[in-house]
Design a protein. Structure first.
Length: 186
């Protein structure tokens, strides 16, 4: 009886472990990340069209506990390395969705340029914030997700990239709000 209860709990908590194909496993991701790549909540990131290396590293970090999230951690823990790689490739091959987020105000755009001149975001994320390989695309990403992520690094509640923590603590919270508005509107 206890085994049945535990198995039922695992089936509910980690449905990806029982999906057979990568397409089936990816379909389960749409519950949060959206059917057409548009996440169901503004604090959930776009993964369609994101760089494969970055997606893999984040899944791996969730799996190993270096990055924590009550929804993602158990899912990632249920996958093997081959699934992590295959899911990263699957989603990176999808088209990046246009969320039609408004462009930043002139004040936010000017602040974002000042911040970039100070902490040089473009040195890793690229001139158009498209990222590369293991660096995420941030241009056009969900505004609320961007702001939450930057604040999580700043507040040290996200610790899977110490370099980002250092950079985010060099900016004020208002700076990060302006940067999020700018990046989301690209």
């Amino acid at each position: 009886m206890l085994r049945t209860a535990i198995a039922a709990l695992l089936l509910i908590a980690c449905p990806l472990a029982w999906a057979d194909t990568i397409e089936e496993k990816a379909q389960l991701c749409t519950a949060c990340h959206g059917e057409k790549g548009v996440p169901v909540e503004s604090a959930i990131p776009i993964i369609w069209g994101q760089n494969a290396g970055y997606l893999y590293l984040q899944l791996r970090d969730f799996q190993k506990g270096a990055r924590k999230d009550e929804r993602m951690s158990p899912i990632a823990e249920s996958l093997d390395k081959e699934d992590l790689l295959a899911l990263a490739e699957y989603f990176s091959a999808k088209p990046w969705p246009n969320l039609r987020q408004p462009p930043a105000s002139k004040a936010d755009a000017a602040a974002a340029q000042r911040i970039d001149a100070s902490i040089v975001c473009t040195s890793c994320h690229g001139d158009h914030y498209q990222g590369d390989t293991s660096v995420p695309r941030t241009g056009g990403q969900q505004h609320d997700y961007l702001l939450k992520t930057m604040l999580d690094f700043r507040n040290k509640t996200r610790a899977n990239n110490p370099g980002m923590t250092d950079l985010m603590t060099a900016a004020t919270e208002d700076d990060l709000k302006a940067l999020a508005a700018y990046l989301a509107g690209l």
